[in-house]
Write a protein that binds this ligand. Structure first.
Ligand SMILES: [Zn+2]
Length: 387
């Protein structure tokens, strides 16, 4: 669905707000664990229950209600406002966001800002800071799966060669896991630290403010846990391995699939090149699986669009700090990023702790009804502030 609210000044580049209508399924067998039916939209105890309450109906409905509120006040935008709601974000978004981005690109070759779901206002555990932190995605990681395969002679396992196809592929996987991609702070997390420096406890402040000196120390700490390790490097995840059919028969073919999530700055061509170098075995074939997705461009934080977004967040959530970051998963925004590479942001205007974030695709997904009011306020304020 594409809504166009024409501005009175056609020379201004439009504001594009994104959200997606589709939801992930409720896992069969878990329905009974929901305290309210997952598709009932029931309210109880200050919450609205339902699949999609957080991901991503709150943004679809929040944007529509904000526009309705503004219409009721007689507001007319100078800058055109576009609302684009895809229907297949959870399954790669090509028919929804892909088609919408192509159409919008034809009608509006330049956009002032694109805003999609993404970071939230995290109320616990960002770098030891007590204040809530509004994390605004300025980039997102890319996606590349690679298949490694080898073939052997087959035959009876009583007389094996020194290396079977299974052993060869296993060795290739082991070499990849033993040689992770280099960790670096310039893929997005460095700018998160720069923004948060004034707020962190005094001991950390010295470290955050001097990344040139303490970079290796920061990286070592971040690399120690999977969630933060993913923010500093292109990750390597062997996900499928197969080969052989019977315990006493030598395998003919063996293969493994490895999934890489590309940190901005690493292209899929460069990742493939490095994979071949590390495996260093001409008898292991390396090929891409599917088209994959390059890491997005990194949007700016020193432009007017980010300034307006920052100011709007502070006006609705005065207690929050604002910091840019790199989204580790994927959003529809990546499909639109080429229309507005300098100002494509990923942010959902909602206070959340880690437990609530984890519930997004889980059981008892629910939205605090009081928080929903802030979602509407935020979008109405953003549309006004972007004029
Ligand atoms: Zn979503």
């Amino acid at each position: 669905m594409l809504y166009e609210w024409p501005g009175t000044d056609a020379t201004l580049k439009p504001l594009l707000l994104l959200a997606h209508q589709d939801v992930v399924p409720v896992l069969p067998g878990t329905e009974a664990q929901w305290t309210r039916p997952p598709f009932g939209g029931q309210q109880a105890g200050g919450y609205l229950y339902g699949r999609g309450a957080l991901d991503d109906k709150l943004n679809v409905l929040g944007q529509l209600e904000a526009v309705e509120c503004l219409l009721r006040t007689g507001f007319r935008p100078r800058r055109t406002v576009l609302l684009a709601f895809g229907h297949d974000e959870e399954t790669m978004g090509q028919r929804g966001a892909g088609a919408l981005a192509a159409l919008i690109g034809q009608r509006y070759p330049q956009l002032e800002m694109v805003l999609d779901e993404g970071g939230t206002i995290k109320t616990d555990g960002v770098a030891g800071i007590r204040q809530p932190v509004a994390l605004v995605g300025i980039s997102e990681k890319g996606y590349l799966s690679v298949v490694l395969s080898a073939t052997g002679q087959g035959g009876h396992s009583s007389m094996p060669p020194p290396l079977t196809s299974v052993g060869r592929v296993a060795a290739a996987v082991a070499r990849l896991e033993a040689a992770p991609f280099p960790a670096r702070l310039d893929g997005g997390i460095g700018s998160t630290f720069t923004y948060l420096t004034p707020a962190v406890p005094i001991g950390q402040r010295l470290v955050f403010a001097n990344q040139w000196l303490f970079g290796p120390l920061i990286i070592k700490k971040l690399a120690a846990a999977p969630a933060t390790n993913a923010a500093v490097r292109t990750t390597t995840a062997p996900t499928i391995i197969s080969g052989g059919a019977k315990d006493n028969v030598l395998p003919i073919a063996a293969s493994a699939t490895v999934n890489f999530r590309l940190l901005p700055g690493d292209s899929s061509a460069a990742v493939l090149r490095r994979v071949r170098e590390i495996i260093n075995d001409p008898l292991v074939q390396v090929r891409r699986l599917g088209a994959g997705q390059e890491a997005s461009p990194v949007s700016r934080t020193d432009n007017a669009a980010f300034g307006t977004l920052h100011r709007t967040i502070k006006s609705v959530f005065p207690q929050a700090l604002v910091a840019p970051y790199t989204v580790l998963g994927a959003t529809d925004a990546r499909t639109y990023a080429h229309l507005c590479p300098q100002a494509t942001y990923r942010f959902s205007p909602l206070l959340m702790d880690q437990k609530a974030i984890d519930s997004m695709h889980g059981t008892n997904e629910r939205l605090r009804t009081a928080a929903y009011r802030h979602v509407i306020q935020f979008y109405a304020a953003l549309i006004r502030n972007m004029q």
